[in-house]
Design a binder for this molecule. Structure first.
Ligand code: GUN
Length: 303
C-alpha cells in the first residue's frame, strides 16, 4: 500500500455527517450575512418531470430554505421552448435578490444545454457549469467549483489531508463530474488518469489507483478486485436497480466487495449526495458574498 498510512481499511465515509457539519457552518455564515442585511437567494429551475431530477431539486430547495436562503423555484413544463427558458434566465440574471441560478440537468433534448448554461450570469453560476467557470478551473484561477467534484474533494480531504503525489483515477468524463474532478485532483498534485467506459484494461488501471472516483453511471461496475488495498473510493453513481422489487439505489461501485479492500469508501446513498447539496449552499453563499463585496472564510477543496 503506497502513501495511505492514515486511512483505516474499510472506513465507511459518512457523507450525511460531513454534510450536516458543513451546513451548520453555512448556517452561521448566513446569520452573519443577515446581520449585514444580506439574505442569499437561490433560484432553481427544472424543466419537465424526470422523477430523479424532481427528487434532487426538492432536496436542494428544502436544504436552501433550512439554511436561511430566499428560494425561488421555477418548475416548467417539458414543452418549454429554449427561448422561454433563456428569457427566464435573463430575468433571473437581472434580479438583485437572486445570487445563484441552478438549471437542473438533464434538460429535454429539444433544448441546447450548452447555450442555456452559457446564458447564466457567471457571477450567479453556483453550479460552476458556465464556460468561464470551467475555464477558470482548468487554468487554476480562483472561481466557483462544481458541487459534486467539490463534495468529493472535501470527503477525500476528510480522510487524508495530504494527497500530493498519489495516483488518482476518475472513471467518467462528464462535464458535470469527471472533467472538473480530474482538474481538482491535478490541482492537489495527484497524478490523474481519466478513464471512461471505453478505457482498455480498466480493472488494472483502477488497481494502480490510491484514489478512485467512480462517476460513470453503470450500477456496481467497479468490483472489489479492481481496488488497490487501502485506496480511497468515492462513488458518485446513483443508479436505481431492482425496479420490480420496489427499486434500490446502488452506486457505480460494488460496495460490499470494495469495502473489504478499500481504506475508505463512500456508501450510496449517504455518501457524496448529501455533501453535493451542502456544496451548492456553500457556492451560493460564496456568490452572495462576492456580489455584495462581503468577505467570509469558506471551506474549500484545499486543506
Ligand atoms: N444534474 C445532475 N447533477 C447536477 C448538478 O450538480 N447540477 C445540475 N444543475 N444538474 C445536475
Amino acid at each position: 500500500m503506497s502513501g495511505l498510512g492514515t486511512a483505516n481499511r474499510g472506513t465507511r465515509i459518512n457523507g450525511e455527517a460531513a454534510a450536516a457539519q458543513l451546513r451548520s457552518q453555512l448556517k452561521e455564515a448566513v446569520a452573519d450575512l443577515e446581520h449585514r442585511g444580506v439574505t442569499p437567494g437561490l433560484a432553481v429551475i427544472i424543466v419537465g418531470e424526470d422523477p430523479a431530477s424532481s427528487v434532487y431539486v426538492r432536496n436542494k430547495i428544502r436544504r436552501s430554505v433550512e439554511v436561511g436562503f430566499r428560494s425561488f423555484h421555477h418548475e416548467l413544463p417539458v414543452s418549454t421552448s429554449e427561448g422561454d427558458l433563456l428569457s427566464l434566465i435573463l430575468r433571473l440574471n437581472d434580479a438583485p435578490d437572486v445570487d445563484g441560478i441552478l438549471v437542473q440537468l438533464p434538460l429535454p433534448s429539444h433544448i441546447d444545454s450548452q447555450r442555456i448554461l452559457a446564458a447564466v450570469d457567471p457571477a450567479k453560476d453556483v453550479d460552476g457549469f458556465h464556460p468561464l467557470s470551467a475555464g477558470k478551473l482548468m487554468s487554476g484561477s480562483p472561481g466557483v467549483v462544481p458541487c459534486t467534484p467539490l463534495a468529493c474533494m472535501l470527503l477525500i480531504r476528510g480522510v487524508k489531508k495530504e494527497i500530493g503525489g498519489l495516483n488518482a483515477v476518475v472513471i467518467g468524463r462528464s462535464n458535470i463530474v469527471g472533467k472538473p474532478m480530474a482538474h481538482l485532483l491535478l490541482r492537489s498534485d495527484c497524478t490523474v488518469t481519466m478513464a471512461h467506459s471505453k478505457t482498455n484494461s480498466l480493472p488494472s488501471v483502477c488497481r494502480a489507483a490510491d484514489i478512485v472516483v467512480a462517476a460513470v453511471g453503470h450500477p456496481e461496475m467497479v468490483r472489489g478486485d479492481w481496488i488497490k488495498p487501502g485506496a480511497i473510493v468515492i462513488d458518485v453513481g446513483i443508479n436505481r436497480v431492482d425496479r420490480e422489487g420496489g427499486g434500490r439505489l446502488v452506486g457505480d461501485v460494488a460496495f460490499h466487495e470494495a469495502e473489504n479492500v478499500a481504506g475508505a469508501i463512500t456508501p450510496v446513498p449517504g455518501g457524496v449526495g448529501p455533501m453535493t447539496i451542502a456544496c451548492l449552499l456553500r457556492n451560493t453563499i460564496q456568490s452572495a458574498c462576492a456580489r455584495r463585496g462581503v468577505f467570509l472564510p469558506f471551506p474549500s477543496e484545499d486543506p
